[in-house]
Ligand binder design. Structure first.
Ligand code: GMT
Length: 372
């Protein structure tokens, strides 16, 4: 089967899921075409059955905003026609589902029936998609997709609550490719490069946007390091990073925070972690939490959105109310003080991550493609 995948090529979870999905499909013999404005960060272009088509946007003095949807629609029509694609799988509704709908209409005039599968990822529904400036078009694109999937039950419920949805929504959870999370031996994971002997390592990975609450990460770590010798590993870049740095200096803990910037080797970096912090305002799923668990790291998160479907309170980590940095710090400290419990939580986290394995999730997408 020939499948086109449209996604954001950046470090966000939706792009990562789309890329990992496409590469796994290609590995199984599907012909996969990525269509986006830049090569996705985790894409292995040299792999068999993988193709990449760049969407170019021309600058023109009249345009205050470049018409990306138009360029994407044109490219979709071109690629579907030329390579005889059968399915377009778009990740993140805005503006991908809308562009795919437009392409579908244009292709219909050529006698081509392309099926559109839309996967909702989170903020395309919650923070951004339901905003009045986008809502009508997002609702229309959802209702005019051939198949709609959401990455958690929580996101499905949010979609049904926020939009007038007339189609069925299948829940297909995000996944991890466990082959990329080998049991890293103590000797390979050189903790000494980052922390002194006896120091614990706390980590956080995000795009440092307000929804991720990185300022809470600093507040939680501040409380942890007062009781437990530790370092904080921050991976990712984004608008709040400067404020985070400033706050770390203000609290006198700057020398205990390691800023790593963006990385596409998060799986390797996570081998250093004892505890992962993700105090987000909301997460439809929390792929970063799943990646941490796959690397045997218990997660301290909020109890918002899809978190309770991924992180099990008192088993794989702890869930707290949004903004309750005191409780999140207390839970982390208690866990870090009890080696036996911490080790059990690490094993539980790994076990839970296995239930979101590629082997379990990929057939669900394949079924969607076959039936649409
Ligand atoms: O957080 C975003 O706005 C970006 C979006 C993305 O593209 O990564 O994140 C969403 O999709 C991820 C992959 O499905 C989910 O794991 C994240 O929880 C979700 N983010 C939010 O819901 C805030």
């Amino acid at each position: 089967m020939k499948i086109g995948i449209v996604c954001y090529p950046t470090f966000g979870g939706s792009g990562v899921v789309a890329t990992e999905l496409g590469m796994s499909l290609a590995d199984k013999g599907y012909e996969v075409h990525f269509i986006t404005y830049k090569q996705p960060v985790r894409l292995d272009l040299l792999a068999k059955n993988i193709h990449f088509h760049e969407v170019f946007v021309e600058e023109y003095p009249l345009f205050h905003f470049q018409p990306y949807e138009l360029a994407l629609t044109t490219k979709l029509v071109e690629v579907v026609t030329q390579y005889k694609l059968e399915v377009l799988h778009v990740h993140y509704a805005i503006p991908h589902a809308y562009a795919a709908y437009m392409a579908k209409q244009m292709l219909k005039e050529k006698g081509i029936d392309i099926k559109v599968v839309t996967t909702l990822h989170g903020t395309d529904i919650t923070l951004v998609g339901s905003h009045p400036i986008y809502k009508t078009a997002v609702e229309f694109s959802i209702n005019n997709s051939d198949v709609v999937t959401a990455v958690s039950n929580s996101l499905k419920e949010d979609t049904l609550r926020l939009f007038n949805v007339k189609v069925n929504i299948d829940v297909i959870y995000n996944f991890i490719d466990s082959k990329k999370y080998p049991e890293i031996q103590e000797s390979e994971c050189n903790r000494a490069a980052l922390a002194a002997k006896g120091e614990k390592i706390i980590s956080h990975v995000s795009n440092m946007r307000p929804v991720k609450r990185p300022m809470d990460v600093i507040e939680i770590f501040y409380r942890i390091q007062k009781e437990i010798p530790s370092k904080l590993l921050l991976v990712g870049e984004g608008p709040l990073l400067e404020k985070v740095e400033y706050r770390a200096k203000e609290l006198g803990i700057y020398d205990k925070v390691i800023f790593m910037g963006n990385s596409n080797e998060v799986n390797k970096i996570l081998c250093y972690s004892d505890i992962f912090l993700l105090p987000s305002k909301t997460e439809s799923f929390g792929l970063a939490a799943l990646e941490a668990m796959a690397a045997k790291t218990p997660v301290i998160s909020t109890n918002t959105g899809g978190f309770p479907e991924v992180n099990i309170n008192g088993v794989t980590g702890y869930l707290s109310d949004l903004g309750d940095v005191e409780e999140m710090a207390k839970n982390a400290i208690n866990l870090l003080k009890d080696d036996e419990k911490l080790n059990q939580f690490k094993l539980n986290a790994l076990e839970q991550a296995k239930s979101f394995s590629l082997e379990a999730i990929l057939p669900q997408y394949e079924k969607v493609y076959r039936n649409c």
